[in-house]
Ligand binder design. Sequence first.
Ligand code: ADP
Ligand code: MG
Length: 639
Amino acid sequence: MSRIHVLSDLLVNKIAAGEVIERPSSVVKELVENSLDAGASRIEVHIEQGGRKLIRVVDDGAGMSAEDLQLCVHPHATSKINHEDDLFKIATMGFRGEALPSIGSVAQLKITSRPRDADAAHAIRVVGSRIEPPEVTHAAPGTSVEVRELFFNVPARQKFLRTPQTEMGHITEQLARMALVYPEVGFKLVHNGRAVHDLHATESMHRRITEFYGREIAEQLMHVDRDEHGFKIHGYIGYPAAGRTNTKWQYLFLNKRFIRDRFVGHAMREAYRGLIDPHRHPVAFLAMEIDPQEVDVNVHPTKVEVRWKDSGKVYSQVLSCLRERLLQTDLTPDLSTDRASEDDGDAEASDAEGSLGERQQRIRESIADFFKNARPVVGGGAGEGSSPGGSGGAAGLPYRGAASSTAYRSSPWEGLPASGGPSDEASASSIPMQPQERVPSDADLAALAESGQVLQVHRSYLVAETEDGLVIIDQHALHERIMFETLAAQIRSGPLESQRLLLPESMDVTPDQLEVIETHGETLKLMGFELTPFGPNAIGVHAVPSLLKADRVHDFLRDLLDRLAEQSGEVTQEMVTNDLISMMACKAAVKAGDSLTQEEIQALLARRQEVERSSNCPHGRPTSLRLTLRDLEKQFKRT
Ligand code: ADP
Ligand code: MG
């Protein structure tokens, strides 16, 4: 007698249900997807007790004949694919023919359907594995699927059901993920007889975002739209200031299906790099479209993961789309209030003004704080970042020439235009201003530096006059941004300059780190490292990037290996390189507390004009703050 036997249909269905039907919201997802595939223009979802008691989805789609009704509850019965080839051009939400039989195996299922051109409707019921023959009944064209007593025969799953409110939360979220990309379909969601959402067909995803997630989010979004190299992107991305602490607010859709994707995620992070706090993530609602042949959606039963044929293309398209949009929008913290009008003139633009106003308010407050806490004190006070620790040791930096030996000036006011001199307390504690003279524009900053009119305060900030006020620059943040852009440009044309060590140094490493060195050997070489195995738990360091200070190499290398070890699975070299460059830029840049020579200040400001996004450091902190005369006048109550 054989020990092996073929499983019964019920068991097979239950196993499938285990994968796709986790909770009531999964049922809603499967049923609404079926309605969308059937071309419905209006879909109603009725829920009782969080879906535990009843889930009913009613649509006005194509409907099913009596024969189809009988077939649709069998495993692997589908109208959506036929041949193996079809698997590689899937244009429907479903195709596995698993949902209805799975649901039928864990609940009481009743399906009533009437094709658009038929006079009569039919209904079938499935209880357990038993399929009852179809009966004639009355119903409007379309389909109604009723699911009662979910998990009545799966106590383990039933035990994990949460309160009706929690389950409704999940249901609403699932519905939103579909309604956002099907704005042309009307949706109604009813819980215990009360309408929770009643969404009319609309043109705009933005409306749906507002309806599901509220005005606050919706008002902080910019529109994006792009169609290049067979890759379409449409949707909304958040202002950097609206970043969130997790990636939940990144809604990605591929061919109208909600997905999670590492490549798109990385591209987004890269696009916002330097604009957003590194611990925050941009909000985004991106509907992407690509030829179905260029993507495999059959990776996982819930289809939330995809496999791209050309992930590099996806990465670069998303990156350039977002980056262009962000560059178009001036995100430099600024106190003038007419900035919002720079945004594009579409209907959503006016929505954005509120948030910009808030952002400016926040910036205004931070500048007010700046004046409160960091008033320049003659002779260098105890202000933040003014510790004299770093004696300017960032040797080898592009801005550190022979002149770097210049001694630290004892007074930060040295070299300041006479009008701002420290001779009396009152003028020292106010910001130097020369409104009577011709004042250079922001673009002339470099020239200003050349004439020695830029002031370093607390060995951390550079202050200069501009046409309409003044600008305060964080020297570390700006240098970091410049270093990042310089390194990025350099690495595009070849490995970074590397410095051989006289004697190789050994460094202890974990097996994880060793593996990283093997996998990312090429990238590490590109960065200027030469590393070789040195016994089982150590490596020999033979050469290091010239940019790094010798005494910082070990720490840097350790951080870097840890960072690489975190990057699990497939990541493109571009992503890794960008990550590493930003680490390197941070480590190599001048620090707060490093005193700068006039030449160095000049070099720094000259480069400021050249780099993209010089307004923020790679970690997202601003590099400069602008203060207009008008704001000063307001602060001093002169208006
Ligand atoms: P799949 O969607 O993967 O094909 P399902 O088990 O979800 O598998 O559905 C099986 C089949 O039943 C579908 O292929 C479709 O032909 C039919 N069907 C299901 N729901 C509907 C509906 N709401 N309207 C019309 N046909 C439907
Ligand atoms: Mg389906």
